[in-house]
Design a protein around this ligand. Sequence first.
Ligand code: BGN
Length: 401
Amino acid sequence: MVSIHSKWRYFFMFLGIQLVVMALLSREGYQKRVSYFIRIFRKPDTTLQSGRNHTAAGIPGGDVYANLSHLSKTHSHANDMPYCPKTSPLIGGPIHVSFPSGLTLADVQKKNPMVVRGGRYRPPDCEARHRTAIIIPHRHREHHLKFLLYYLHPFLQRQQLHYGIYVIHQAGNYTFNRAKLMNVGFREAMREEEWDCLFFHDVDLIPEDDRNTYICDSNPKHAAIAMDKFGYKLPYKMYFGGVSALTPLHYLKMNGFPNNYWGWGGEDDDIGVRVSLAGMYITRPSLKVGRYKMIKHKLDKGNDVNPKRFNMLAKTRTTWKLDGMNTAEYETISREYLPLYTNITVNIGTEAGLHPPPPTRPPPAKAEGKPEVKVSAKAEGKPAEVQAKGPAKLIEGPSVI
Ligand code: BGN
């Protein structure tokens, strides 16, 4: 029979063991576990500064600038640096994306002290395994560009890439041509450095997970597979819009992108069709990783829906070799090496050519087909250097890289 005394003895022994276990646990992050349970009962934090936050779909998202502060300029880019690890230790997964008012390019610059002239970066403590150029077609979207730069710079640094950001700015007010600007970006970026991968990036899409690595695959990659505006799903199987990644070889194999899609729509489908016509296929990251938040906006002035896109798309099979990188004709107006990006302003002309003839009859109120090549190389923040280049005519084939 167990006496009352021995019952108490067992109780105190049990209590003692509990105390020893707790003491041991507290040495190995017990506090972390306790704070984890406390956090479950707390309201989610909504400030931008917090370490972890929640994305639109309730996935916890971290501060894109976390982990980067220890990188310092004291590292020297020595010749004998080891290669960076295959998987960057700085990668943290989901990123919290919000668009705080009052953010300026000067703030973005302050947060990215390791980014150098023209928006270039190399990891300070290891030799990057990949060299990626980001090509961003742009006009009148300074507000979006600021947010994209705020997120993209630390995102790419976390991936330990050697990278450069190129903004290709369409001069004048004629209808926007996204795909032709990409052809310009390809040519101009490759002229400067031997990039091994090019990311063609819409200005209004912010990546939400840094496991979506900005490196190329063995086939053209469609990175923006899950956008918030499509409910984080692919809108249709052949979709190739938003953000895509190609090596220079992929790009030339498909004769680049079409030059003749003026206005909104269809050009990304044409590019997708070119991939398969050139004997390649589209690769994609997982839906969990290829997530993007779109900065909301209305359809731009100067980027009306292109009514010809259905007919043009039906003919891609016969046009892709005749129109593309081998016929991209443009004039470089200026090249500015700004602190956060290289800004290249170009005249890409109109459907009627680079210098369409003036109308013979008195022009109507709104002269269609007449480009007003008024260059606005204005960008927020002071240009570090402006190298006025043009207008120098550049009509080049794919052999000239
Ligand atoms: C498609 C557009 C794409 C656009 C996506 C997503 C066309 C061609 C007609 C078949 N394609 O419909 O350009 O990126 O929607 O918005 O309009």
